[in-house]
Design a protein around this ligand. Structure first.
Ligand code: PAF
Length: 281
């Protein structure tokens, strides 16, 4: 497995693969890889001849007071995980390679990016869409793999690919959880011992939401029950508890086809997200 840092190197390697008629999967990541990312890489390895993992902490998706500088990084450990999971190439560019001096082009979506996480992170999805659009152009994959943990990101990227005619398939992969239920996240490393225990309220609220959705309880009752549960935990502060249609991200009633039940909760200073997707048809 190779690690390259430039767009030109990725392009020339992928060009050779294409000459041999091979298919290519892309797993975009910000590194500090855990079993959640590993499940995406495994799926990509199963479904494609070659797999590229991008490892890039993308500065344009972090707000001014967010954790860009502190975001955990460990490319050596990431390389071992990628190699052991069967990836063929890591693309690990510097910010200057992705955003050369004078860069002023961005992909700015509307509507889907204004709700849920977009309310408190107004520039986040502009950065995510821009970097994913660039990665799709650089690698030119047949398929790109995203975790359902970032369900809004998945809905946004699917819509961007449709709206802007990108020629690839977006594959969503299920959330991977710790044994006690907490969704795997690179940001879990920010939690101290007490906060790690308190964080369980996040997944518990999602499990409660799923149970009530499956029983077709009214949406407002479900959201209230979830909020009540989270509010019992003194270290938790709710950003949002929402029940929306998975495709449009608009408020859903329990008769919608696919419902996304999503929360964002601060545990101390760490903002955690979690969700479940419930299919009715
Ligand atoms: O989900 C992530 O880690 C990031 O948002 C992504 C998709 C790699 C873009 O930087």
């Amino acid at each position: 497995m190779k690690i390259v840092k430039t767009v030109a190197e990725v392009r020339s390697i992928v060009k050779e693969w294409r000459k041999e008629g091979l298919t290519v999967g892309l797993v975009p990541t910000m590194g500090y890889l855990h079993e959640g990312h590993q499940s995406l890489i495994k799926r990509a390895v199963e479904e494609n001849d070659k797999v590229v993992v991008s490892v890039f902490v993308n500065p344009t998706q972090f707000g001014p007071n967010e954790d860009y500088e502190d975001y955990p990084r460990d490319i050596d450990k990431d390389a071992v995980l990628c190699e052991n999971t069967g990836a063929d190439l890591i693309f690990n560019p510097e910010p200057e390679e992705m955003y050369p001096e004078g860069n002023c082009s961005y992909i700015n979506m509307t509507r889907l990016t204004d709700v849920l996480c977009g309310k408190t992170r107004p520039i986040h999805f502009k950065g995510v869409c821009t970097v994913c659009g660039k990665l799709f152009h650089i690698v030119g994959p047949d398929r790109a793999y995203f975790g359902e943990k970032d369900a809004q990101q998945l809905a946004v990227i699917r819509r961007m690919v449709k709206d802007l005619n990108f020629d690839l398939t977006i594959v969503g992969c299920p959330i991977v959880r710790e044994e006690d239920g907490l969704a795997k996240s690179s940001r879990n490393t920010y939690l101290n011992e007490k906060e790690r225990v308190a964080a369980l309220v996040v997944s518990k609220s999602i499990f409660l939401g799923r149970e009530m959705l499956e029983k077709k309880a009214p949406v407002e009752d479900i959201k209230k029950a979830m909020r009540d549960l989270i509010e019992k935990e003194p270290l938790a502060k709710i950003d949002y508890v929402e029940i929306v249609d998975m495709d449009t991200l608009l408020p859903a009633e329990t008769e919608a086809d696919t419902i996304l039940c999503a929360v964002a909760v601060y545990i101390g200073k760490t903002r955690l997200i979690d969700n479940c997707i419930v299919y009715f048809n």
